[in-house]
Design a protein around this ligand. Sequence first.
Ligand SMILES: Cc1cc2nc3c(=O)[nH]c(=O)nc-3n(C[C@H](O)[C@H](O)[C@H](O)COP(=O)(O)OP(=O)(O)OC[C@H]3O[C@@H](n4cnc5c(N)ncnc54)[C@H](O)[C@@H]3O)c2cc1C
Length: 284
Amino acid sequence: MIPAAFDYYRPKGMDEVIALLQEHGDDARVMAGGHSLIPMMKLRMAEVPHLIDLQDIDGLSDISVDQGRITIGAMVTQHDLINHDGLTAAAPILREAALQIADPQVRYMGTVGGNVANGDPGNDMPGLMQCLDAQIHLIGPDGERTVAARDYYEAAYMTDREDDEVLVSVSMDTPQGGYAYEKQKRKIGDYATAAAAVQIVKVGGSVKSASVAMTNLSDVPVWSEAACDALVGTACDAAAVKSAVAAMLGDIDPAEDNRGPVAFKRHVAGIILTRAIERAWSRA
Ligand SMILES: Cc1cc2nc3c(=O)[nH]c(=O)nc-3n(C[C@H](O)[C@H](O)[C@H](O)COP(=O)(O)OP(=O)(O)OC[C@H]3O[C@@H](n4cnc5c(N)ncnc54)[C@H](O)[C@@H]3O)c2cc1C
């Protein structure tokens, strides 16, 4: 399909981006890799009369790993992320998850900022960011502000970001302990039927802390505090994993679609989370 007509802008500075967003309001969108937005425009599910390309804006493609803190620019592609050795050493779950997104062609173009900003429940990075307790950095007409990833998602395609704000980066503390990103999909390159991001810190044979987030099982990513609580203080044995899964199932709200009925999705969610916890624990 061919998208509706649009004006294309390629500004050189963030001030110009924000001025264009203010001028055109809901009729304008920024474009990063274009691998979610352009398909939506072609399918006429999104009409964007004013398309603002971010690729000439300096400073959005940096990755920094410094003194226990990780910062990833919005225009860092999934390919860049996968191939950054320092990032992989500091937070291997990022690479493990990114390798399960789509296929290499999409990952060359798709960006961290676009994936996080989009608000598509099927995107893998929002849940990952919630698992890592990431901060999302935005810039708009009133300057910069930061929102916790766990507070950012409001409903499908609805986030805390205002129309005239741009996501500039995400940051997080270097995660500790074992990790796993598990994803069940219908075929290579597909979005998740269910995915789980897990980090576990083990001290003296028991779980000191845990973080659990689920993808594509509600209209927003789900960080399950109850599942985390079910693991803390246990030896991560079968009973603890079962309790964590039960707690997670209380937090998700999947809808029937072409990936299956609700009962199937809940079943898959339980299997995927069990696998993720067991693998994270084995690496902790
Ligand atoms: C065949 C196919 C399979 C895919 N499979 C998966 C998958 O399995 N898992 C997955 O997670 N993703 C998947 N994707 C999506 C892919 O990862 C996207 O590229 C990504 O979600 C969006 O990144 P983008 O840079 O392309 O964003 P764009 O398409 O450019 O933008 C997406 C949305 O975010 C907004 N946006 C982009 N950047 C910013 C910013 N810096 N600030 C504010 N708003 C911004 C845009 O206005 C737009 O509304 C798939 C895509 C395709 C085409």
